[in-house]
Unconditional design. Sequence first.
Lengths: 142, 132
Amino acid sequence: MSALPEQYDYLGASSTGYWSRATPTTYSAEWLRDALGELDELRRLDNDWDSYGSPPPTPDAIRKARELILRLAEECAPTPSIRPFGGGGIQIESGTSRSELQLTVDPNGQAFFLALAPQGQIEEGELLSNALPNLLARVLLS
Amino acid sequence: MSSRLDDSSIPDDALLWRRVHPKWLKKRDDNSLRVSSATFKDGRREVSVHIASLTTLETILAKYPGMSVAKITAGAARRLGHTVTPQPKEDDPSHAIICPPADRGSSKVDRDAEGMAAEAELIFIGTVPEGI
């Protein structure tokens, strides 16, 4: 393997498709490698993994979830939980014991957010591009 | 408007059971377990449950070792505007589905899933992943 520029992390996992020469280490929050590994596991779920006939997460959902995980790492978000849900979608949860940001990626790759604040206030909507930093800050500071 | 007709023969206090995949378990601050809202989300807009009075825990878990089971009431789903409709299967006469109103947007359905997860109670705990 040829030497890589210092700012890139190869990690030798090209078969997963998640790490490449274009994955800068500036994204490398401590949990990022594990999170991308979890996402790769979801791709390998069998049909009926949920016992109710669900297919595994769709390629569109995986692609969007990966993008959101990288954005969360870039924002130094708390370690996220990554969960599949029925029908081929993925849910990403990040927050504290008091508040949480839930990102839902539908099977078609469309993303939505649910912000849960300490006193039970809930805000939800479509996740617009570039909205993640503000949403995360609001949740973590609430 | 709902995508399914609600069946009023299922009373509000009827218990509905849902198998819970290990990935849907999460911990509260006191380390007790609860279910994530992912438990009550489905991209097909139909969440399968079992009418508890028509089955047993052993029956619904027989083919699915490792799964946990959560309960909610039919009334909890209805208070969020969802319908509860029997959908018996050849091998499972207790099967039913919870559906959101047809015109409800995805983000509101996600909020409803959080509401159902908050109401749900784990009644059987199967495999618990390390590090949750």
